[in-house]
Design a protein. Structure first.
Length: 152
C-alpha cells in the first residue's frame, strides 16, 4: 500500500511547496517513475544518492516542472521564473549564487538531506572564468552555455 502524500504546511506555502511520499521499492522504481513523468511530457530530473562504497542509493530525488531556469555564458546570465526574468553580469558561478533564495525553509527532520534546489551543470569551458590562463575558444559552433541549472 502506498504511503499518503504529505505536504508542507500552509504557513510556509508562500515561500515553498514541498511534497513527499515513501513507497516500497518493489512497487515502483525511481527510474520507472521518472520515465512515466517524461512520457507525460513533464520536465523532470532524477538524482540518486549513493555515498562512499555503497552500490545502492539510499534516497531518490525526483524533481518535476522547475520553478526557475538559470543560464549563463561569457559573463552574462539570466534567471527566468514566475516572478519574471532577472539578468546578471559577471562570472556565471557568482550569478548563480546571487540568484539563490536568501531564505531556505528548515527541512523536516525525518526527510533526506536534499529537498530541492538548483540542479544542472557547468560546461568545461566555464573553467576559463576561474583560471584566466586557460584559453577560451574564440568560436563555439554549438553555442553551449557555461552553465545551465533548473530549480526544482
Amino acid at each position: 500500500m502506498n504511503a499518503p502524500l504529505e505536504r508542507s504546511t500552509e504557513k510556509d506555502a508562500d515561500r515553498h511547496q514541498l511534497a513527499w511520499a515513501a513507497w516500497p521499492a518493489d512497487l515502483a522504481t525511481p527510474v520507472r517513475a521518472f520515465l512515466a513523468l517524461r512520457a507525460a511530457r513533464r520536465q523532470a530530473c532524477l538524482l540518486e544518492s549513493v555515498e562512499g562504497p555503497a552500490r545502492l542509493a539510499r534516497y531518490s530525488f525526483l524533481g518535476v516542472d522547475p520553478v526557475e531556469h538559470f543560464r549563463g555564458a561569457r559573463g552574462k546570465s539570466t534567471l527566468r521564473g514566475r516572478a519574471g526574468t532577472r539578468s546578471f553580469d559577471g562570472p556565471v558561478h557568482a550569478a548563480l549564487r546571487a540568484s539563490m533564495p536568501k531564505e531556505l525553509a528548515p527541512p523536516p527532520p525525518h526527510l533526506p538531506p536534499f529537498l530541492g534546489g538548483f540542479i544542472g551543470w557547468f560546461a568545461f569551458e566555464w573553467c576559463a572564468s576561474l583560471e584566466p590562463r586557460v584559453p577560451r575558444a574564440t568560436r563555439d559552433p554549438w553555442e553551449v552555455p557555461d552553465a545551465t541549472f533548473d530549480r526544482f
